[in-house]
Design a protein around this ligand. Structure first.
Ligand code: UDX
Ligand code: ADP
Length: 482
């Protein structure tokens, strides 16, 4: 029985597409993912876990990363990931550094390499740095011996698929490559749940016969476990743009709340009471309304700056300024946090020991990319504070982030030990373990007066006040003993 894809190819009288002429192979499809990072690793692990009929290989230029994917000590911490990898690895999930072979052997290639913000030349600090992505496109062209479907998984500026197609089309090997956009919406710390039960899967394709056929192949892969009504399709540019806009909207929500948190602190209002009232309006919704020391992560800032850059490119100054405001408020929130610490701790932090509770950009991940803790650490060091950093999963990344930074920093796994002798603790990450600590014990061992700056509003502020702490939440009246 022919699949719908095969049927269309037959009726088009152009033969089966190369990725379908595989019936004698033990695996129905050979999927390759280039880039074994936070997106590529978990996404491919889930595809392999759900679809034992496909062979899924993940390659990377970084041999240490691949070695860790092949070990019991995975390179990223993500709840539930160990189990999924363990179930599929060696069965139909493989991690390798053999990029060339991987390209040669595959029918479908996901590109999941990093696209950080450019740090040099035109668009520095704004545009996406596409060098890894460009290099990957050229590698695919060089080593391919059959036609393939290429899936953009990395977040990319609008129209990147066109560039990919142009690079791939330059080969004189007569091969054809169909480029699809399939942005990843998973949130770190929740990646396995997001992959298993996504709000939606978005697939953008060109609207040509070949493009639509390639799209159907990818739909078929996801349909192994995602309900059909959650797999949505669009033209390729809408798909690329949707990813940037989804992240911009989410980040905008946090900046909106954080901007109001500043007003709450002046007006003696309570941001949690305000967001509860606002969020109960079903048109607004109650998710993603937690005031914080600022948003972090590899996506929000990068994607908004990308959006801003594109808008400026098209001369949409007002639109660009509007979205840039989201990033400005985020920087303001971090600076406000520091200035507040400085102000309430008697205008000097020099020589004062301060404990940062958490360094990851959010709970349940060891990832520290764009974590507000990085900026806070650097600013506290400028004020000559003595820093003690603790985090259950992110200490190694914190050490990397702060390599070469001058000042007094120590790293301590145990939060009780980390806080001992400190004048202040500042919550940077909403790890639930920080809610459960014995703050009476912590207070006993701290220098007095003792301060708590709760950058995530996760602690029981009246209880801490009663113990003796001077408590400074975000967007709520402070509780002091002065
Ligand atoms: C985000 C998007 O959620 C995801 O869809 C996309 O694929 C990648 O970018 P991620 O960066 O992993 O995911 O984490 P997210 O949960 O969105 O949090 C981002 C930042 O916002 C974190 O620093 C988090 O602490 C902060 N945040 C989140 C708040 O400050 N307040 C909130 O209410 C929610
Ligand atoms: P993301 O969060 O988008 O997944 P990461 O930085 O975690 O980003 O992962 C991207 C991965 O892509 C890294 O492991 C990096 O080594 C890999 N990579 C970058 N360029 C190439 C390339 N040309 N070939 C293979 N892997 C690459």
């Amino acid at each position: 029985m022919l699949t719908s894809v095969q049927k269309v190819f037959k009726t088009q009288n152009c033969g089966l597409p190369p990725w379908e002429i595989k019936s004698e192979m033990p695996f129905k499809r050979k999927i390759l993912c280039i880039g074994a990072g936070y997106v590529g690793g978990p996404t491919m692990a889930m595809i392999a876990f759900k679809c034992s009929q496909y062979k899924v290989t993940v390659v990377d230029i970084n041999p240490e990363r691949i070695a860790r994917w092949n070990s019991d000590d995975l390179p990223i911490y993500e709840p539930g990931l160990d189990e999924v990898v363990r179930a599929a690895r060696g069965r139909n999930l493989f991690f390798s550094t053999e990029i060339e072979k991987g390209i040669r052997d595959s029918d479908v290639i996901f590109v999941s390499v990093n696209t950080p913000t450019k740090t040099f030349g035109a668009g520095a600090g704004m545009a996406a740095d596409l060098q890894y992505w460009d290099k990957t496109a050229r590698e695919i062209r060089k080593h391919s011996q059959s036609s393939k479907i290429i899936v953009e998984k990395s977040t990319l500026p609008v129209k990147t698929a066109q560039a990919m197609e142009r690079i791939l089309a330059c080969g004189d090997n007569g091969l054809c490559f169909d480029v699809l956009s399939n942005p990843e919406f998973l949130a770190e710390g929740n990646a396995i749940k997001d992959l298993e039960n996504p709000d939606r899967v978005l697939i953008g394709s060109s609207q040509t016969t070949e493009g639509l056929l390639a799209r159907d192949v990818l739909v078929e892969i996801y349909a192994n476990w995602v309900p059909k009504n959650k797999i949505i399709t669009s033209n390729i540019w809408s798909s690329e743009l949707s990813k940037l806009v989804a992240n911009a909207f989410l980040a905008q929500r946090i900046s909106s709340v954080n901007s109001i948190s500043a007003l709450c602190e002046k007006a003696d209002a309570d941001i949690q009471e305000v967001t509860r009232a606002v969020g109960m309006d079903s048109r607004v919704g109650n998710k993603f309304l937690n005031a914080s020391v600022g948003f972090g992560g590899s996506c929000f800032k990068k994607d908004i700056l990308n959006l801003v850059y594109i808008c400026r490119h098209y001369d949409l100054k007002e639109v660009a300024d509007y979205w840039e405001g989201v990033v400005r408020i985020n920087d303001y929130q971090k600076e406000r946090f520091i200035l507040n610490m400085l102000h309430v701790m008697f205008n000097t932090l020099a020589g004062k020991k301060i404990c940062l509770l958490g360094f990851a950009f959010k709970a349940d991940t060891g990832d520290t990319r764009e974590s507000p803790a990085i900026r806070i650490t650097k600013r506290l060091l400028e004020e000559k504070a003595d820093l003690v950093i603790t985090d259950p999963k992110a200490i190694d990344n914190a050490k990397d982030d702060l390599k070469g930074v001058t000042g007094s920093i120590s790293y301590v796994e145990d939060p009780y030990e980390a806080a001992a002798g400190c004048c202040a603790i500042a919550v940077m990450t909403e790890w639930s373990l920080y809610k459960e600590l014995d703050y009476r014990e912590i207070y006993r061992k701290m220098a007095k007066p003792a301060f708590v700056f709760d950058g995530r509003n996760i602690l029981d502020h009246p209880a801490l006040h009663e113990i003796g702490f001077n408590v400074f939440p975000i967007g709520k009246p402070s509780l002091t003993h002065f």
